[in-house]
Each structure stands twice: as C-alpha cells, then as structure tokens.
Design a protein around this ligand. Sequence first.
Ligand SMILES: C[S@@+](CC[C@H](N)C(=O)[O-])C[C@H]1O[C@@H](n2cnc3c(N)ncnc32)[C@H](O)[C@@H]1O
Length: 205
Amino acid sequence: MVDRRQHWENVYRNKATDEVSWFQTHAAFSLRLIRDSGTGLDAHIIDVGGGASVLVDNLLDAGYRNLTVLDLSEAALAESRKRLGARAGPVTWLADDITRAVLPAGAYDVWHDRAVFHFLTDPADRARYVEQVLKSVKPGGHVIVAAFGPGGPLQCSGLDVVRYSPDALHAEFGAPFRLLRHETEIHPTPAGKEQEFVYCYCRRL
Ligand SMILES: C[S@@+](CC[C@H](N)C(=O)[O-])C[C@H]1O[C@@H](n2cnc3c(N)ncnc32)[C@H](O)[C@@H]1O
C-alpha cells in the first residue's frame, strides 16, 4: 500500500496543478474569511495542507506577511515556491504530516485548512490534528476549516473522506472552539463537476 506521503507526491508529480479537482484560480472564500476575522496584516497565519494553492499568493497580495504553508508533499510546495519566485522567500515552508509535525506552541493567530481534515478517516488522527490546533494556535486565535459537506463527494483523489455538516465539523473540535460562522461553497472542478464544501470559522477560546 502506498503511504499517504507517497500518494500525495505522486498526485503532484503526475498532474498539473490546474487539473486537480480542488484547484481554484483564487481562494476567494478562504481569503474573505481570513480578512473578515479582523486579524492584522502582521498575523501569523498557517495554511495546513496548503498544497499548491494560490491562497498564499492571495494573502501576500493582500499584505499579510507572516505566512507558513505546511503540506505532506514536497512537490506541491516546490510548485508554489516556483510560482511565487522571490516572493516565496519570506514564507515558511514545512513539508510534514499535520498529525505528526512538531509545531511551535502558541505561534499562530490563524489556522486555515481547505480539504485536508476530511481525509482523516481514523479518529486517532483527527484527535492528533485537534491537539495540534490547541497547541499551536494562540488563545483567541481564528480557526478556519473547510471540508466536504453532506452533499459532497465520498472520495477525493482516490481516497475516502469524511463529509461534515457545520455542527458535525465543529463537534470534532469541541468545547475549546466556538463556532462563529459557517458558509457553503459550491466549488466547480476543472473537470466541470460541482463539489460542496462547508467552511467553519471558529475562535479558539
Ligand atoms: C485536496 S488537497 C487541498 C490543497 C489546498 N488546501 C487547496 O485547497 O488547494 C489536500 C492537500 O492536503 C495535503 N495533505 C493530505 N494529508 C495531509 C497530512 N496528513 N498532513 C499534511 N498535508 C496533508 C495533500 O498533500 C494535499 O496538498
């Protein structure tokens, strides 16, 4: 069996980044939720499982300057670094598994994840993920997690996913997080299909 790191390396090595189902030309929902959080441009923001997403470009364009992108796939991060050129320099790039990475304690004002948490089908992995958020996000920090909604696909990239209503997604994180807002995005894939995403915006208490 291919381990999950190898799986994602294969995806990014064998497919163009604008062909993958989750591709967006602009990370509109994520950017708007981060902006609406009211956090300053000096906020420390981590995009977990950022892959080759343009969210980092959009955040740099908006003036945010303390950015970290974490992903299992070196190839995905290399793609983003190449796209950004000299602008990639000040960004922190972490090639790691979010369930195992050693993240700095109390470091982040904003935690963002689009389409990563829903791959954690093992409850023990989900518990490790939530521990990471609790450890590395400052009290009062902003947590934005987007997963496939109840009408979303059962699989992505050949892997099973867990689909969530806003309440079910919030329940995974529990009492230390207050759900302040949720939104649904119907994401048009490059292949012309539609995918339902649920975005939850929580404050870490
Ligand atoms: C569906 S893609 C979404 C990428 C990006 N967030 C976006 O919206 O374009 C899922 C990403 O999560 C990464 N990933 C999957 N499992 C991971 C894990 N356990 N730790 C870190 N990254 C992971 C994959 O390499 C991939 O880039």
